[in-house]
Design a protein around this ligand. Structure first.
Ligand code: ACO
Length: 357
């Protein structure tokens, strides 16, 4: 039985069409100043006609497989976290499984809104550590632009499209995902929802007329709950990993709103320099935001081998959760750095920070 589950590959895909705040000013009564100051968002990506959640997910998946040097046919499980699936069924994971040729893999979706990626990661980790499987492809992917009412300025400025993927593999090394915590509170579900199109209110001319198949949100309520819940989950995941906040090298929070992210860091008294933020370029991509951020953090040198990383999210449902992991890096056989090397790197960082510019 494997001791740990570790991320050995990662990849993302963002549609090429960029929609800026200036573009939105032409569609709804809003301004770059309002959107930037209230959310931190400057632009977001919008899927092209013909692109779907599964096609975005498949592109991210292929990049992650390449990085892990794993063949699709050797995958044992594909999980897609999404709130904007191609269909109610078949599952988007099945479409991805077929598209990439993961012929031996099981496939299913996880729907926990913005917490979907952490939820899927928790399942993959549990199945790997229990010995049920040796590897899994975990994806967060969304085309939320298809669920937005482009006449509603309170929601359409917030969201964007994209996909991020991670390969999770069994390892006997002392590295990898150290904790996962998940929570939910269905009693607050109506504060952030797509009211129609499911079995309770099937799509009808009336629901379409009333725009009930679009995202509806009580932003202020979501805001308050998000900050507290994410901070609580972060503390719980860190304690479960046997660590303290000081041990965390990088926090990668769900990119919902810069004020939520800042609020979480402030509540935890966590230094903002150690928080990864890319919301300005993508908006809120829900399930995709954390895996996209992982890719960009790694590519820009913010995420390095041996780093202790905190992932934390909050979303519709309500759902919230967090995970702590030790970053291993690509599946290139390199062992994680020794404690001495890590201490040396911390020292380098301190010297860099105090060096007069
Ligand atoms: N442009 C200009 N004005 C706007 C816009 C807009 N796009 N949207 C709302 N306004 C107006 C409102 O109509 C209101 O006007 P009024 O005072 O005349 O009635 C005014 O701006 C203030 O509106 P508020 O809703 O109070 O604005 P607030 O500062 O709360 O910001 C926001 C709204 C950004 C939605 C905020 O509540 C928020 O970030 N909530 C968190 C929700 C979130 O991020 N959800 C994402 C999904 S959940 C998740 O991923 C965590």
């Amino acid at each position: 039985m494997a001791k740990n589950a570790v991320i050995t590959g990662w990849g993302y895909y963002a549609p090429s069409r960029v929609m800026t705040n200036a573009d939105l000013e032409k569609i709804v009564d809003t301004s770059d100043e309002w959107i930037t100051s209230r959310t931190g968002i400057k632009e977001r990506r919008i899927a092209a006609e013909g692109e779907t959640t599964s096609s975005l997910a498949a592109r991210a998946a292929r990049a992650a497989l390449d990085k892990a040097r794993l063949r699709a046919q050797d995958l044992q499980l594909v999980i897609v976290g999404t709130a904007s699936p191609d269909y109610l069924f078949p599952a988007t994971a099945c479409l991805v499984q077929s598209e990439i040729g993961a012929t031996k893999a099981g496939a299913f979706d996880v729907e926990a809104a913005c917490t979907s990626f952490i939820s899927a990661l928790a399942i993959a980790r549990g199945m790997i550590v229990s010995g049920a499987i040796d590897n899994a492809l975990v994806i967060g992917a969304e085309t939320l632009s298809r669920l937005l009412n482009w006449k509603d300025r309170t929601t359409c400025v917030l969201f964007g499209d994209g996909a991020g993927a991670a390969i999770v593999e069994a390892t006997n090394a002392s590295v990898g995902i150290e904790s996962t915590v998940l929570h939910g509170d269905g009693s607050k579900g109506e504060l952030l929802m797509v009211p129609a199109g499911g079995s309770k209110l099937p799509a009808s001319a009336d629901t379409v007329e009333r725009g009930m198949h679009f995202i509806s949100m009580a932003g202020g309520e979501v805001f308050k709950l998000a900050v507290k819940s994410m901070a609580d989950a972060a503390e719980e995941a860190i304690a479960d990993a046997g660590l303290t906040l000081d041990d965390i090298d990088l926090m990668i929070p769900h990119q919902a709103n810069i004020r939520i992210i800042d609020g979480v860091a402030k509540r935890l008294r966590f230094p903002s320099e150690k928080v990864f933020v890319n919301i300005q370029r993508y908006g809120n991509t829900s399930a995709a935001s954390i895996p996209i951020a992982i890719c960009e953090a790694e590519a820009t040198g913010r995420l390095r081998q041996g780093d202790k990383v905190l992932l934390v999210a909050f979303g519709g449902g309500f759902t919230w959760g967090a995970s702590v992991l030790e970053w291993y890096g690509a599946h290139d056989g390199i062992r994680p750095p020794s404690p001495l090397e890590r201490a040396g790197r911390v020292l380098e960082d301190v010297v860099e920070r105090v060096r007069p510019s």
